[in-house]
Design a protein around this ligand. Structure first.
Ligand SMILES: [Zn+2]
Length: 731
């Protein structure tokens, strides 16, 4: 407590003593309106306080609040009441009746070669009072099916398809057996592991946290350090939301009460396998008793004995009873109405539901959101209103299948497609000091510029701190691909590879809105466990709540710039540069596939290309040239003073249309809900650029690849023409 106060005061002193506004003109503003904007932002930035962040964080982390629970509903009511007090307008709670998931009873016992009854619970930590809360759930995975099975256990490493290939090479089939897999190494979304096990015919999947990935092999464990202790359990859902997110029974439309629903059997995203998570404490007796071949070197883990693939020796009895069925989820929505362009929306959101307390995920984000809304409300009370409307949402059921945001997005899709400027997501606000900013490439320059006007707790600007993080991560080899040869990424810093796994998905992939994602991270080994709580945040994640406060400031300043800009700060030349990179990476990764085989094996014969990417690259060149011309025209227009409102409206709506034009109404092949042609996610949740085209090339399905390439080329031409029309309207 004392420490946090001292640190908070220090930050305030810094930000007053050392203003970072060397710039006089902001992207999208005239010189005069830039000055006004800087003044508004500095008022806004002075409101958030570290103590308030901590107070709000405590409210959200005081009790478990999983999706669909009474507590999570109470917190929705609390947010709505606070927002009204803070001065937000049109505060409403939307109810969606969705297919939900809850555990009834779960047990796992090893019956051979010896007996072991799994605890399936997390041991309390003496110094952390919350860890003794009797309301903490046991081990469970959302959307597991109910069932009972007694079967041998096979160790399938990370549970990815290539792991089963290796088992097959060793003569091991998992059909009818229980597979034991670990969470990472390499990382893949647990829902993908479940689907893979289901396809392999396994009777059940058990997923454990190996200490090599998030435990003692990484460093000191909670309560002495940020990593996961012996008993920590990573809960989570296994929903196949990489096929279609949201309520599995209403794919593509909102689950408002009374909505039409498809039968569960037809729901693509509903898993059909039993699944359970384990702490390493509970996985250890199984692993150390296994026989069968010795697992390969890279399958070995952090426990102090050799891992085997398994055979008939270890048998377990697993029983899972779930209570899956329709239940209400609640999305809270509030806004600050725009003074000049109230129909144009900047949407912001954070999910509220947590697996347990949600110290980092998501309550750090929720606390930052509450300080964001208090600060925006304060400005409105003082008569400072944004030009466009700011819409803020507290999502429910993100953890289950991105459910609340998806249903809300589907419900308001029509308005969003015509009037929404962008969506800014904050899921986990902070688990440490390293900034990670994501943006579609057209907004990457404005995000970088925004971070220049904020002060990092280290004393430098957030921009410099971000640059240092990116540089360090690149050196450590964590950041692959985008930081190699492109100057674009170096200037704008933002990660422009946007996969799925949080609430931005519906806005980008279904509606075609530009998105931004903001997060601070650090060493964090208690994800989705009961130890991700208030104690953890106050000792490891952000003890002074300074990064929470910075998040509220950054989130708000980014939103205010988008809300107040005279001409929206999109940079399509930057977009083109990024796209070119995506295409050249696709070409490089699939070089051999793209080149057809020669008709005979004779040397010197010219190989014919299966797919020529040159037309796309030419179209990108044209789009880039048009983007540059538009940038120049807009800069000139802004430099000359106020922009005629009618012209501004034409330009802004035209620029908003660009992102929409990347959508293919039919969606990417096999996944009609995912409509964006540039961004997608693999089933593992990994980002996937040019998803339709890339998947077709990887499968060597050349007719589909040609069709996808043509769609992309057409969208590029359409957007090039649109930019040219906008440029012409300025002259
Ligand atoms: Zn989250």
């Amino acid at each position: 407590m004392t420490l946090s106060r001292i640190l908070a005061t220090t930050v305030l002193v810094f930000s007053h003593a050392n203003p970072t506004h060397a710039q006089t003109s902001i992207l999208g503003f005239t010189p005069a309106s830039s000055a006004r904007e800087i003044e508004i932002e500095s008022k806004f930035k002075s409101v958030p306080s570290a103590e308030e962040e901590r107070r709000q964080h405590r409210i959200f982390t005081s009790e478990p609040h999983v999706a669909g629970s009474k507590r999570n509903h109470q917190l929705a009511d609390y947010i709505a009441a606070e927002w009204r007090k803070q001065g937000l307008e049109d505060v409403v709670i939307h109810r969606y009746d969705v297919y939900g998931t809850n555990p009834k009873s779960v047990s796992l016992e090893m019956i051979a070669p010896t007996h072991y009854q799994a605890l399936l619970r997390e041991a309390p930590l003496g110094v952390d009072p919350d860890s003794k809360n009797p309301a903490i759930s046991g081990a469970w995975l959302g959307m597991s099916i109910s069932g009972e099975v007694t079967a041998p256990v096979i160790y399938a490493h990370s549970g990815n398809p290539e792991d089963y290939d290796l088992l097959r090479k060793n003569g091991i089939s998992v059909r009818g057996k229980i597979v034991l897999v670990r969470y990472s190494n390499p990382y893949s979304y647990r829902g993908f592991k479940a689907l893979t096990a289901q396809r392999e015919g396994a009777a059940a999947i058990v997923i454990y946290s190996d200490p090599q990935e998030d435990g003692y092999k990484k460093g000191r464990v909670d309560p002495d350090g940020p990593w996961g202790p012996e008993y920590h359990i990573q809960r989570g859902a296994i929903t196949y939301d990489f096929m279609v997110p949201g309520d599995p029974l209403t794919p593509g439309w909102a689950s408002v009460p009374g909505a039409k629903r498809i039968p569960l059997e037809q729901a693509m995203s509903a898993p059909k396998i039993m699944a359970l998570p384990l702490s390493w404490h509970d996985a250890k007796p199984l692993l150390e008793n296994m026989d069968g071949p010795l697992a390969p070197e890279d399958w070995q883990g952090g426990l102090p004995f050799p891992y085997h693939l398994g055979g008939e020796r270890v048998k377990i009895h697993l029983k899972i009873e779930m209570d899956n069925g329709t239940q209400p989820y609640y999305v809270v929505e509030g806004r600050i109405r725009g003074s000049e362009l109230p129909d144009e929306w900047i949407v912001m959101g954070n999910h509220r539901d947590a697996w347990v307390f949600g110290g980092v995920d998501p309550s750090s984000g929720t606390a930052s959101m509450m300080e964001l809304t208090r600060s925006l409300g304060k400005l409105a009370k003082d008569g400072i209103r944004p030009r466009r409307t700011l819409v803020v949402c507290s999502w429910d059921g993100e953890e289950v299948g991105l459910t609340g945001s998806t249903e809300w997005g589907e419900q308001f899709a029509e308005h969003l497609r015509t009037q929404a400027v962008a969506y800014i997501n904050v899921d986990e606000a902070t688990s440490g000091p390293n900034f990670h900013g994501q943006a579609v490439a057209s907004l990457a320059p404005m995000l970088a510029e925004t971070t220049r006007s904020l002060q990092d707790p280290s004393g430098s600007s957030l921009y410099d701190a971000w640059k240092a993080t990116v540089t360090r991560e690149r050196e450590e080899g964590k950041q692959t691909g985008q930081m190699n040869d492109s100057g674009v990424a170096n200037e704008t810093l933002a990660d422009t590879r946007i996969g799925s796994g949080s609430d931005h998905t519906v806005f980008l992939n279904f509606i075609g809105m530009p998105v931004i994602g903001l997060q601070f991270d650090g060493d964090y080994g208690v994800y989705h466990s009961a130890y991700d709580d208030f104690y953890w945040m106050n000792h490891f994640g952000d003890p002074g709540y300074r990064y929470h406060m910075l998040m509220s400031q950054l989130w708000g300043v980014t939103a205010l710039r988008l809300a107040n800009a005279e001409l929206l700060p999109f940079d399509f030349a930057s977009y083109a540069g990024n796209l070119r990179q995506f295409v050249s990476e696709l070409a490089k990764a699939n070089e051999n596939k793209l080149l057809g085989q020669p008709p005979s094996a004779q040397a010197g014969e010219v190989r014919e290309l299966h797919l020529d990417l040159k037309p796309i690259l030419d179209a990108i060149d044209a789009f880039e040239a048009s983007g540059k011309r538009l940038n120049e025209s807009l800069h000139r227009e802004l430099a000359n003073g106020p922009v005629d409102p009618k012209l501004a409206s034409i330009l802004n709506h035209g620029m908003m249309q660009v992102e929409r034009n990347w959508l293919n109404p039919d969606g990417i092949p096999g996944r009609p809900w995912f409509k964006h042609m540039l961004y997608g996610a693999r089933f593992t949740y990994a980002h996937l650029e040019l998803p339709g085209l890339t998947e077709a090339v990887e499968k060597q399905d050349w007719p589909t690849a040609k069709q996808q390439a043509e769609l992309l080329e057409r969208a590029l031409h359409k957007n090039t023409k649109l930019l040219d029309e906008l440029t012409a309207s300025v002259q």
